[in-house]
Design a protein around this ligand. Structure first.
Ligand code: AMP
Ligand code: MG
Length: 407
């Protein structure tokens, strides 16, 4: 099998290429109730079913009148009151007239502005404008159709639905929406040392945590995890476990992809006709990560060290799952932060180091958490992101700007 060990950016662009190809084959769609669509991927765009707003909407509590009258500073005669949900049935507002209006009410014909209640005085039926006040035509009014025209796309297909999209869909009268089916992701942990979480491990045994981290990350990525029984370090058993995943859209293996004598995962994949798209990435943690395609589905061979498993999932598996879900713009997601302390490093690998990030408004600040390497789940459990150390970086200083990988 050829060695295909890529720089991080090269490996990421291999994933992007395959993700793009997957996006051209749309998954099956299903109708779900609007709230059940939260975090699902929209299959049919949400269209404005009428102009938004459907009428010229007052954005203030105040008085609808003519802007010329405000500049003239003449007292105005108040004709009546209009609250949200009302419509003005009288004649259009003429010079010298005003109608008391509440936020969200339709501005009556004839009025071209709304003067705020804070800027006027009312005595009986007469309105007095505060001194020095002028209003432009249109002020405090959103014209009908200014936000969206009837028939225009409010939320495009391929969007993973956040709360704002659910609100927009509700405003357009969508009680149900069409979303793509969630991909099924098979999770296969390998290793003779592994025992289930509810078993008491002997001293030399390890509880299988990767099936759980991967299932949790798969769920967060919007897919359905299918946890397969752990396979021992035996090529034939690994092959038969891989075969059992043939109904899934993606296969995630963990462990058995390093150079050890009992690392049989790649051999088993090869026997089953796998095409390898990369067999390693110049990253830490996660260097032995493998990506490829079986006749039935794409697969990742993720390194077994628990932090490597999680980081390589975020970097490579998550964006592929996004594409399998029909999501136009999948992760990974990066942001900028300031390093809270000096950091000694040497060039070579792109590093993704567990960090505690304080997401404060001025600028997020990141502290790299001391750790014992890619098996150190305890340190990673106190991290809420990863600081990215570029492959060419020398020592970094407190205050330096760094990329962070968001989880
Ligand atoms: P491997 O990638 O198989 O060489 O495993 C690397 C390290 O990760 C070893 O210390 C394994 O015991 C550990 N490991 C492998 N699989 C798992 C798993 N499913 N859960 C927790 N630790 C694991
Ligand atoms: Mg192993």
């Amino acid at each position: 099998m050829p060695d295909l060990i890529l720089a991080y950016t090269e490996a990421a662009s291999v994933i992007q290429g395959h993700a793009k190809h997957l996006l051209s084959q749309k998954p099956a769609a299903e109708q779900v109730l609007l709230l059940a669509a939260l975090h699902r991927v929209l299959a049919e765009p949400i269209l404005a079913d009428r102009d938004q707003p459907p009428f010229p909407r007052s954005t203030r509590d105040g008085f609808a009148c003519r802007s010329e009258d405000i500049s003239a500073r003449k007292p105005l005669r108040i004709l009546g009151q209009l609250k949200a949900g009302d419509v003005w049935k009288g004649s259009p507002v003429a010079a010298g007239e005003a109608i008391e209006i509440m936020t969200g009410a339709p501005v009556p014909a004839g009025a071209d502005c709304v003067v705020m209640v804070e800027h006027v005085k009312v005595r009986e039926d007469t309105l007095f404008i505060g001194s020095g006040r002028t209003l432009e035509p249109g002020e405090n009014i959103v014209p009908s159709g200014a936000e969206a025209r009837s028939g225009s796309i409010i939320v495009p297909a391929g969007t993973r639905l956040a709360a704002s999209h659910i609100a927009a869909a509700a405003a357009c009268g969508c009680a149900n929406v069409s979303v793509y089916a969630r991909p099924r992701v098979a999770i296969l942990a390998t290793g003779d040392e592994l025992v289930p979480v509810d078993h008491a491990p002997l001293t030399h045994q390890i509880r299988n945590s990767n099936s759980y981290s991967l299932a949790a990350q798969t769920t967060l990525a919007g897919a359905q995890p299918v946890i397969l029984p752990v396979a021992p370090d035996d090529e034939a058993e690994i092959e038969s476990a891989i075969r059992s995943a043939s109904g899934c859209n993606l296969l995630l293996l963990s462990g058995g992809v390093s150079m050890g004598k009992y690392d049989f995962v790649e051999q088993a994949l090869l026997e089953l006709g796998a095409e390898f798209l990369f067999t390693g990435a110049k990253i830490q943690p996660g260097r032995p990560v493998v990506f490829g395609k079986l006749p039935q589905q794409y697969f990742f061979g993720l390194p077994g060290n628990p932090v490597s498993t999680m980081v390589t999932f975020l970097l490579f598996a998550q964006p592929l799952i996004a594409a399998l879900s029909g999501e136009a713009t999948g992760g990974p997601r990066f942001a900028l932060a300031r390093l809270a302390h000096d950091f000694r490093t040497k060039p070579g690998l792109t590093r993704f180091l567990p960090a505690s990030i304080d997401f404060k408004i001025e600028s997020p600040q990141a502290s790299i958490i001391p750790w014992q390497g890619s098996g150190d789940l305890a340190s990673t459990a106190s991290a809420n992101g990863f600081v990215v150390i570029p492959s060419n970086a020398d020592n970094l200083a407190a205050g330096d700007s760094v990329s962070i990988l968001l989880v």
